[in-house]
Design a protein around this ligand. Structure first.
Ligand code: FAD
Length: 371
């Protein structure tokens, strides 16, 4: 099923069940009186209006589109990353929740994404999948200084390499040899590196191929990568892998040398799909209040597995306390720290937290009606 088909099916189901859908209406802020949620302020065509409600589920998709929040929490310099997501998720849910007294989650530094074919490649939001470079896990990744900068294979996908790539000024290159071009790039994607690279070429990606490593170093030097440094790095890596030693940085899996030409290098930059940190929620997706809740770093008593209560404050043991903002829920990428550096899935997170939050919000409204 394609994303548009899934969205259409979900929309029809929502409308059939009596839901009202309004496009081009943005959450601006949450209205709170005496600590309780009383409404939302909505922006429509640059005008703000207040709408009363006691229940809100925040699902604005994270803050990857907000350079100020990224610079504050994720990366001081955002010029080496490319947005690999819709352009509208600019942290509105996170900021509205923080202004309403919510607590931020752990893991604000982390994000999910894949490397993307860097300039001169040209593409738009509908081509993000086609220009994504999934071959990092089987490649040798070097930065513009000609150095390996991470274990390319760490994490559950390419997310750890991508986060390290984001911190390399100007991005870098993913290099594979002839054997690498035939390797499957990532479990589940079902394509080989050669196909990924060919697809990116059609969008103008900078792809450099050469029959020998020496010639590849010459060509990469023309792109600004110091030749001597790069040659030392690659020969050191090859030597360590061939002789069963650990290169630096280490290489946990896919320990392949670059040994058979032609060699292919693709210019890449980190792509940011969603921020992993966000709003701190409890097991029922209820948004936790900053004041009245203990720090997430506080030692948590083992019996705090799940506590069934509708009270706003849950006290477990003498020291551990969570206070919720009644009626306020967060799901999907707005719910923070479900993934923490390593990727736990985007759609699965949205689906599971969304279903929980919807059910909880409906029960909250019903309980209010009959109380
Ligand atoms: C190219 C690409 C490939 C991906 N591949 C996969 C994959 O294979 N598997 C996987 O699990 N995940 C994948 N993902 C990630 C997945 O799409 C996301 O993790 C998931 O959609 C997040 O769901 P969400 O509901 O939190 O946010 P989103 O689906 O991003 O929805 C957030 C919505 O909120 C809207 N919004 C923002 N601000 C406001 C506001 N103030 N008021 C009202 N609305 C607002 C936005 O316009 C957007 O429509 C991929 C993402 C991309 C971009």
């Amino acid at each position: 099923m394609q994303p548009q088909q899934a969205i259409d099916a979900l929309t029809q189901q929502f409308l059939a069940l009596g839901g009202t859908l309004e496009c081009n209406a943005s959450l601006y802020r949450l209205l709170i009186e005496d600590g309780l949620l009383t409404g939302v302020e909505i922006e429509r065509e640059s005008r703000l209006s207040a709408e009363p409600t006691n229940t809100v589920v925040l699902t604005t998709g994270g803050f990857q589109g907000n350079t100020e929040l990224l610079a504050r929490y994720v990366l001081p310099d955002t010029s080496s990353v490319i947005l690999r997501a819709n352009p509208y998720s600019t942290g509105d849910g996170f900021m509205a929740a923080m202004s309403a007294g919510a607590q931020a989650s752990q893991g604000l530094h982390a994000f999910y994404g894949h490397a993307i074919a860097a300039e001169p490649a040209r593409f738009d939001f509908s081509n993000l999948g086609e220009v994504s470079q999934f071959q990092g896990l089987i490649a040798v990744a070097v930065n513009m200084r000609g150095e390996r900068f991470a274990d390319e294979t760490a994490g559950t996908g390419e997310e750890c390499l991508n986060q390290a790539l984001a911190r390399q000024p100007g991005g870098g290159f993913f290099i594979v040899d002839a054997d690498g071009m035939e390797r499957e790039v990532l479990k589940g994607v079902g394509v080989v590196a050669g196909a990924v690279i060919e697809r990116a070429k059609t969008y103008g990606a900078l792809v450099i191929s050469s029959p020998t490593l020496e010639e590849l170093f010459d060509l990469l030097a023309e792109q600004g990568v110091p030749r001597q440094r790069l040659a030392t790095e690659i020969s050191g890596y090859n030597d360590a892998i061939k002789n069963g030693r650990e290169p630096f940085p280490p290489r946990g899996k896919n320990r392949y040398p670059l040994s058979r030409g032609p060699y292919t290098a693709v210019k890449v930059k980190a792509g940011i799909t969603f921020t992993m940190g966000g709003i701190r929620i409890d097991e029922r997706t209820r948004v936790l209040r900053r004041s009245g809740s203990t720090s997430p770093l506080a030692p948590v008593p083992v019996e705090r597995a799940y506590v069934e209560t509708d009270a706003a404050t849950i006290t477990i043991g003498d020291d551990y306390r969570q206070t919720v903002i009644p009626g306020l829920y967060a799901a999907g990428c707005d719910a923070g720290n479900i993934s923490h550096t390593n990727y736990m899935g985007g759609l699965a997170t949205a689906l599971t937290t969304g279903m929980t939050a919807g059910k909880e919000a409906a029960m909250f409204l019903l309980a209010r009606q009959y109380s």
